[in-house]
Design a protein. Sequence first.
Length: 113
Amino acid sequence: QVQLVESGGGLVQPGGSLRLSCAASGSIFSIYTMGWYRQAPGKQRELVAEITRGGNTNYADSVKGRFTISRDNAKKTAYLQMDSLKPEDTAVYYCCAARGAYWGQGAQVTVSS
């Protein structure tokens, strides 16, 4: 069993930065692919970025060059560094492990002036 807890969301102005963290507890963190998804009001949940246990990454086209996913297996934590934020990045961001087998509770990110 894996428990995931996100932190680091909040309100930021356009062009600003935020870093989300996803702390895992329970089973062996290092073997799982970790991912960040987001869901805006009235829209489906979508993949933002994912990172395999070997460190390979994959990003949605809309965030390439602005967001960076990383992981620290010793700390059992995954991160999403979000730079050059835009209003359209506003959503609830969810951390997941093992490609959807486990989910966090979500963190609100609001980009607004």
